[in-house]
Design a protein around this ligand. Structure first.
Ligand code: 1QQ
Length: 384
């Protein structure tokens, strides 16, 4: 009799559990969720990326990295991610309207992007206000995670990358005098410049001249003539790849042979594509070193090349890691709920990604190591 009672209790418990599981599957879909079906957590992630216009190679690399991670993650079966991708064209206004469209969809769990800090500063305050987690995978200007509680990035801030690159460059070249050039109409290139200037002052370097330019400029003769006349040991340049590559090309043609130290904008194979040999001598700091012999980097290169017919760059690698970081948070959240996801993401610690060990600090900024690389013989190689 006792046994029979215990058996029917057990049966009831199993039935209750089955019922609960079925209910939670049906209810999902309200709060940034598309729910859990057959043991898989479903989530829709919004992406805003720079896909058309002068800097489209940034957005192309980012979305390719995201899609590769998405197919691997979905294949693993624990979570199933749908990406809803919108183009920002590198413009703050378009980035804002694209993200407003995403934010108004209750089924969007969280956002990745936009690409440029200039765009991110227009979008992130609104995401934060709406309680929607947003993460930049390429936004490196000062002040990004400080925008709010729901704002994160997995891109290395200029404040960390630039001093690392400058210290190594000065150590090797023995440089004492520097010339500076930067884009004064972009949040990232301005922020990078501020960091370069402060670092130069802290290191006791003499700043010979400070030159500026704007997006889309094609002739740098005036700025480069001034720089050449001051005879610097090193040039500190804060630029996106389009303008940066043209500056290097024109500098080399004028006979300026000294190395350049750049920020995140310069860290693209597009610089080599556009400037050719003139790109040799560019030094940048990055968490990504594509020539690494580490198995995970080699495997990623292979898969990426097979899929897209080209090798990945830092932007692809950071985006790839970003989606894994989101998937990891989603698993720990246990359901596709905006609040639970936000809490889980903020608690990310010692995540082992393609770019190494990754944690968020208390404000959602990056804790990770950077390497210094240079362009030599038309390739990014480790800076010795
Ligand atoms: C920023 C950047 C750009 C180079 C991203 C493509 O670092 O705008 O913050």
């Amino acid at each position: 009799m006792d046994k029979l009672l215990r058996k029917s209790f057990a049966l009831c418990a199993v039935l209750m559990l089955l019922l609960l599981a079925a209910c939670s599957g049906e209810n999902a879909g309200s709060e940034g969720a598309t729910g859990e079906q057959s043991g898989t957590l479903n989530a829709k992630i919004g992406v805003v990326s720079y896909l058309t216009g002068a800097g489209a190679a940034y957005g192309e690399a980012i979305t390719q990295g995201l899609k590769l991670a998405q197919s691997e993650i979905n294949e693993q079966g624990e979570v199933n991610i749908e990406l809803v991708i919108e183009d920002s064209a590198g413009e703050a206004e378009q980035a804002l309207s694209a993200s407003q469209k995403l934010m108004s969809d209750d089924n969007i769990l969280a956002i990745i992007g936009p690409t440029l800090s200039t765009e991110f500063f227009a979008v992130a305050p609104e995401a934060d206000l709406n309680g929607i987690t947003i993460m930049g995978t390429s936004t490196t200007a000062e002040g990004i995670p400080e925008i709010g509680d729901y704002v994160f990035r997995n891109a290395i801030p200029e404040a960390l990358a630039i001093p690392t690159a400058m210290e190594k460059a000065v150590e090797r070249t023995g440089a004492k005098k520097v010339a500076m050039i930067y884009g004064n109409d972009d949040v990232l290139t301005q922020s990078g410049f501020e960091t370069m200037k402060k670092t130069a002052e802290d290191m006791g370097l003499e700043i010979l001249t400070i030159e500026t330019f704007q997006k889309g400029q094609s002739d740098y003769n005036a700025q480069l003539t001034k720089i050449k006349n001051t005879n610097p040991d090193l040039i500190l340049a804060s630029a996106l790849y389009n303008e940066g590559a043209v500056i290097m090309d024109q500098a080399r043609k004028m006979g300026i042979e000294v190395p350049f130290v750049g920020g995140n904008g310069f860290n693209s194979p597009q610089v080599i594509e556009i400037a050719g040999d003139a790109a040799n001598g560019l030094i940048v700091a990055t968490p990504w070193f594509g020539e690494s012999e580490e198995t995970k980097v080699v495997d990623f290169n292979k898969k990426y090349e097979a899929e897209y017919g080209e090798l990945p760059d830092q932007f692809a690698a950071q985006a790839y890691d970003a989606l894994y970081i989101y998937a990891d948070a989603l698993k720990r959240a246990g359901e596709a709920d905006r609040e639970l996801f936000h809490e889980a993401l903020a608690a990310t610690e010692d995540f082992e990604g393609l770019l190494g060990n990754f944690s968020f600090d208390e404000i959602g900024d990056v804790v990770m190591d950077v390497k210094v690389v240079e362009i030599k013989d038309g390739k990014f190689v480790e800076f010795e």
